[in-house]
Design a binder for this molecule. Structure first.
Ligand code: ZN
Length: 77
């Protein structure tokens, strides 16, 4: 069970401590990110690969409660 969340910190009721909180987000690089980065490296676009890891565009977001540290939800592009 996870709460629907977006790519940005979201205002949700924590499923664990039931407080109204703004979630703490952690960006996670996905397998897709690594594959795209690898392709960019192979096509000599490696600066683009670096950019890929510096932006949020190809990453998933995990949301955590700032109060009790519980996992709240997961956002996937
Ligand atoms: Zn909580």
């Amino acid at each position: 069970m996870s709460t629907p969340v977006g790519p940005k910190p979201s205002n949700v009721v924590c499923p664990n401590c039931h407080q109204q909180v703004v979630t703490r987000t952690e960006a996670k690089a996905t397998t897709k990110t690594h594959i795209i980065a690898l392709i960019l490296c192979l096509t000599c676009c490696w600066p683009c690969a670096c950019c890929l890891y510096c932006t949020d565009c190809a990453r998933n977001m995990d949301h955590y409660c700032p109060s009790c540290k519980a996992f709240v939800g997961h956002y996937e592009r």
